[in-house]
Design a protein around this ligand. Structure first.
Ligand code: BEZ
Length: 212
């Protein structure tokens, strides 16, 4: 069964490079980024995991924990982590789930038999502190993901949750944002957006980013 936006992220208990993980308990009150990759000792995945390790501070600033997954076992993950550290000039600082029995892969629909009937696809889920799935993406095995884009989406989601704004096409942190269409009360709008707003159309109201 595929995972859809708004679903509760399925809970599981599985081995990882950092020991046994009970997923919901491990997430605690944090946001989570759960991402799968096709296999250990593969080039694109090596760069992705190295880059994710370098984003530790960026994730921490947003209260996000990262966790990777493939169907390889723990001993393989541990050896591969040495390679990632060496070649990507970093230290892997998050767990990699060892889903050898495919328990998590089945829960999250990570094996797409028409792409490959044994390897997990390159999927990613952003999960909020209520354990709700807020973003899903699936990339082909041959294309590494853009983790700066993942940070951008998390920034957008956190702004939406806190300030009742949405973010327009290609928005970057600091750009103007849009007031969500459901917010109509002028008093509340004045309180929330003291810098004012520009109504290009009644449904397209731009305002400076509130947390800036
Ligand atoms: C990779 O991670 O490098 C990769 C995995 C499967 C197919 C192609 C590339």
């Amino acid at each position: 069964m595929s995972i859809r936006l708004g679903d509760i992220a399925p809970d599981f208990e599985q081995d990882s490079s950092e020991g046994r993980i009970r997923f919901h308990e491990w997430l605690g009150d944090s946001w989570g980024v759960l991402f799968s990759h096709p296999a250990d000792f593969t080039p694109v995945c090596t760069t992705e995991l190295g880059f994710t390790a370098k984003l530790k501070e960026e994730f921490a600033q947003r209260n996000v924990k990262a966790i990777a997954l493939s169907v390889d076992p723990v001993d393989s993950h541990i050896k591969w982590i040495d390679d990632i550290n060496e070649t990507q000039n970093t230290r892997v600082n998050f767990p990699i789930i060892a889903d050898a029995d495919r328990q998590v892969s089945e829960l999250y629909d990570l094996i797409h038999p028409n792409a490959n009937d044994t390897l997990t696809v390159r999927s990613l889920f952003v999960i909020d502190p209520n354990k709700k799935v807020r973003l899903t993406i699936t990339y082909p095995a041959s294309t590494g993901r853009n983790f700066n884009e993942i940070l951008r989406v998390i920034d957008s989601l956190q702004l939406t949750d806190k300030h009742k704004v949405a973010t327009p096409a290609n928005w970057q942190d600091g750009d103007d944002v849009v007031i969500v269409p459901s917010l109509k009360d002028e008093e509340e709008i004045k309180q929330r957006f003291p810098k004012g707003y520009r109504a290009v159309k009644p449904y397209l109201r731009l305002t400076p980013q509130p947390n800036r």
